[in-house]
Design a protein around this ligand. Structure first.
Ligand code: MN
Length: 340
């Protein structure tokens, strides 16, 4: 890849336009630059009273099926539809979008505190959603709700969050989804979060989401009376204070913890951090297209010629780089797994 002719701005502009059109086409969005005509909307939502059957809602989380948050979320959404709980059997916080491909998954039926049946899986939140959407149940789902996570998922947290990853997995499987998390506090009360969850779920069922879109909801740890309302926000920036703590075990061998004080964040107006700091519920629209827009424009100006490689490998290097028979076998095995 090399720039055709960076000196001619009209060519660069046309290239940018056609790139944007290609991206829009991939996303199923109305084409950039296309004039007139109706926008082809891909909507699954409709007013609640227009639903001929009760919406089916899959509830999951990353704190595990025994957490209080998942029970609160189930209870909150039951007025809107039929709720089925599928969740990890243990706490899977901060596993991110982990997907289990190298071992079998077991599902156990669990009696939930309200007497209903839930499904506990010995895998990640992503596995729970996959199980639910890929045919474990006979019927499909209209919505996936993930949470209520104990602890906020703001800004850069999304890259670690099992709660948000579960919603991402739903989106990848063409099912609308939201993630909901509550700010950490000593005394946990999910009343406000339950109300917020029902409002968000109703809105998604009524308006629908387009491909690649999910909502990330964060709830301040305050009472309904103290809450200043719901605010649509953008992602803010986390400030992590991680420290590597090295110690020595009883056998004299070193080990390490990633520790340090809890992270803070930058509460610029309009961000999810600012909403939570000011006791408002934050609703952030998130898109799975992680393309870096600035670099997409910038990278073609870099040097991509193969012959510009700083050091060409010598024949001896190439020999050393060739995989051993064992490595080749392992690679073939992994590729097989990925193709599943
Ligand atoms: Mn969690």
């Amino acid at each position: 890849m090399s720039p055709d002719n960076p000196g001619r701005p009209e060519m660069a502009r046309e290239r940018a336009r056609s790139e944007r059109r290609d991206l829009d086409k991939e996303r199923g969005e109305p084409l950039a630059g296309a004039r007139g005509g109706k926008r082809p909307l891909r909507r699954m939502g409709k007013p609640l009273d227009a639903w001929t059957t009760r919406p089916r809602i899959l509830v999951t989380n990353d704190d595990g099926i025994e957490s209080h948050g998942i029970v609160a979320l189930k209870r909150a959404l039951e007025a809107l539809g039929e709720v089925i709980v599928v969740a990890p059997d243990s706490n899977q916080s901060a596993v991110g979008h982990q997907k289990t491909l190298s071992r079998p998954l077991r599902v156990r039926e669990r009696t939930m505190p309200d007497g209903s049946t839930g499904y506990a899986i010995d895998g990640s939140p992503t596995d729970a959603v996959s199980l639910g959407l890929l045919g474990f149940f006979d019927e499909k789902f209209d919505l996936v709700a993930s949470g209520i996570n104990y602890g906020a998922n703001l800004g850069d947290d999304l890259t670690y969050s099992g709660t948000v990853s579960a919603a991402m997995e739903a989106i990848i499987n063409s099912t609308p989804a939201f993630a909901i998390s509550q700010e950490y506090s000593e005394e946990v009360d999910f009343t406000l979060a339950g109300i917020a969850a029902a409002i968000v779920a109703r809105n998604i069922l009524e308006h629908g989401l387009r491909r690649g879109e999910l909502l990330n909801v964060n709830v301040p740890a305050v009472s309904v009376e103290e809450c200043g309302g719901i605010e649509v926000t953008r992602l803010g920036r986390r400030v992590y204070q991680d420290q590597l703590i090295g110690r020595v075990d009883p056998r004299g061998l070193p080990y390490y913890w990633i520790g340090g004080p809890p992270p803070s964040g930058i509460a610029l107006p309009g961000t999810d951090f600012d909403a939570i700091v000011n006791r408002r519920v934050s609703v952030t629209p998130v898109h799975l297209d992680l393309t870096g827009r600035r670099l997409l424009r910038e990278l073609p100006k870099w040097d991509w010629a193969l012959e510009a490689s700083p050091k060409q490998p010598t024949p001896e290097d190439s020999e050393a780089l060739r995989p051993t028979p064992l490595e080749r076998e392992r690679f073939a095995e992994e590729t097989k797994l990925e193709r599943r």
